[in-house]
Ligand binder design. Structure first.
Ligand SMILES: C[S@@+](CC[C@H](N)C(=O)[O-])C[C@H]1O[C@@H](n2cnc3c(N)ncnc32)[C@H](O)[C@@H]1O
Length: 499
């Protein structure tokens, strides 16, 4: 407890240092420069249900309003790091390698970290997370816990890609005489996860930039801002709002010049700053969220280390037969089931055509492509096909939704347990998967008492397991919802026939 209080005090101190340092560099949430970084529009708060530490509105924010500006000089980008360090610049420029721009930024970040408190970005580097939960940090136990072949394959690919990129970059890091602990794969995973989960897009480097304070915004999927009626109304209103340039420092809120595209952040060449805009109207105290892009849950896990229970961009791909792909023009990636269980437009069209005798397909293809049902019989047959497919997939998976839900409840419970013995006891009573977890973490029977303290490594391992279970549970729920949807369509069509 005492230790926890000390750690929290430490974090507060680090945050205070970060904000003071950022203010000196001109990072500001206010149109008039008042030598403070936050407080006019935003403040750092903790949001347990949406990303943990994040930025909240300290007053009502209007949609399109400029809420944070981070000058170019505060950003960490490869060109900026090369410009300020001749050794780094020399090493990278004199021996051009085949490293990607992301690998080069990863090396540059580790090199900057190696400078310790003489780094210009020291207060920023200090506040970065120590550990990440991205797919690349998953062990084989966590990967198998995903259960679904496609996800396991994607995770294995991610882990081996990270390892390969580290091996490729090693000689450059050695030439730069990085300290031994910064040359390890663990350090590489930390730096590459920092870059994957925190960089923002810039037009001049594919690797993007690290943006102090701007990287405290948590994520909401694009499109989510219209989920409440107030914001739907303001969206309609705002399309008629006059653009105001950033240089206008009147009391009137500065509006996003790209309002029409509803973008919530981007580099603005005219004022050499990264600018963030409210993408909807926020009430005081609400968390202000940023859209990093459009991602499925597996992609969110890969690039950011979390998933969303309500993700309008999530997709479940079911295996189709080869002639299902070939009887329509739709690309494979457009044929999936949405998170709400509804088949995508392309999947429906393709299946409707596939269920039509080949000799009739040409004649009715225009109807299929316009999204129309072709006949009741055709529709019922494809709904039955989809539903059977979902059943088959679910039956092949080693655990059910109910088992996953109970496991998640148990994993939540472990968070409050005081020591390894207690955690071991709760988990041991929970079957094979729990035993494999304990074994993978060297806590198999007879070894529970070896070390009573819950190491942070063990806690993070539990978190990764929890994420894998959350991911597969969400996947299974989508398949179950799809079966229900299919049943509804079949019932309503049969009712039409009977009536
Ligand atoms: C750019 S950082 C945002 C700030 C971060 N919360 C922090 O404390 O530094 C992105 C990371 O925040 C977390 N995150 C962002 N949005 C989230 C959300 N909606 N749900 C859960 N975690 C989220 C993830 O760990 C992600 O990798």
């Amino acid at each position: 407890m005492e230790q926890q209080r000390e750690a929290e005090g430490d974090d507060e101190e680090k945050l205070k240092d970060l904000l003071e340092w950022a203010a000196k560099l001109g990072v500001s949430d206010s149109p008039s420069s008042n030598n403070t970084c936050l407080g006019h529009s935003l403040s750092v708060s903790y949001f347990p249900d949406a990303g943990g530490r994040g930025l909240g509105a300290v007053r009502q924010l209007r949609k399109g309003e400029l809420i944070l500006r981070v000058p170019k000089s505060a950003l960490i980008t490869t060109p900026i790091l090369l410009q300020q360090d001749q050794t780094l610049s020399f090493a990278i420029h004199t021996r051009p390698s085949l490293l990607s721009s992301t690998q080069i930024l990863t090396v540059c970040l580790l090199y900057e970290v190696g400078k310790g408190n003489s780094s210009r970005w020291f207060p920023y580097l200090l506040h970065l997370p120590r550990t990440y939960l991205l797919l690349s940090t998953f062990t084989s136990f966590h990967i198998q816990a995903l259960q679904v072949d496609d996800a396991i394959w994607a995770a294995e690919k991610t882990v081996s890609k990270a390892k390969m990129e580290w091996v490729e970059a090693k000689s450059l890091m050695q030439r730069l005489h990085l300290k031994p602990q910064l040359l390890t794969f663990k350090a590489w995973l930390w730096a590459s996860s920092t870059i994957s989960s925190r960089t923002l897009h810039i037009p001049w480097d594919e690797a993007g930039c690290l943006c102090p304070v701007g990287d405290l915004f948590n994520y909401a999927a694009p499109g989510e801002e219209f989920n409440d009626s107030e914001n739907l109304e303001t969206a309609i209103y705002d399309h008629s709002v006059r653009d105001t340039s950033f240089e206008n420092e009147s009391n009137e809120a500065t509006l996003n010049p790209q309002l029409q595209s509803l973008s919530d952040g981007g580099y603005n060449e005219d004022i050499a700053s990264y600018c963030f805009y409210a993408r909807k109207t926020y009430k005081r105290g609400q968390q202000v969220l940023l859209s990093y892009g459009t991602y499925t849950n597996l992609e969110l896990l890969e690039h950011y280390g979390f998933i969303l229970n309500h993700n309008p961009n999530d997709k479940v791909f079911i295996p189709l037969e080869l002639n299902m792909y070939s009887c329509s023009q739709w690309p494979r990636e457009s044929m999936y089931i949405n998170q709400d269980g509804k088949p995508s437009y392309a999947l429906l069209c393709a299946l409707r055509l596939w269920a039509t005798p080949p000799s009739h397909r040409r004649l009715i293809s225009h109807l299929a492509y316009s999204g129309s049902q072709l006949s009741e019989e055709n529709e019922v047959s494809i709904m039955k096909w989809i539903s059977n497919k979902c059943h088959t997939i679910l039956n092949k998976l080693p655990t059910t939704i109910e088992q996953d839900s109970s496991l998640l409840a148990v994993l939540d419970k472990t968070q409050n347990l005081p020591d390894l013995v207690a955690v071991g006891k709760v988990l041991c009573s929970f079957g094979d998967e729990a035993s494999s977890f304990l074994e993978a973490n060297n806590l198999h029977k007879g070894n529970e008492g070896a070390d009573f303290v819950l190491s942070s490594k063990f806690r993070w391992s539990l978190e990764r397991w929890k994420l894998a279970v959350q991911w597969r549970l969400r996947y299974k729920k989508t398949l179950i919802d799809c079966i229900c949807n299919c049943k509804e369509v079949i019932n309503s069509l049969s009712c039409n026939v009977r009536c």
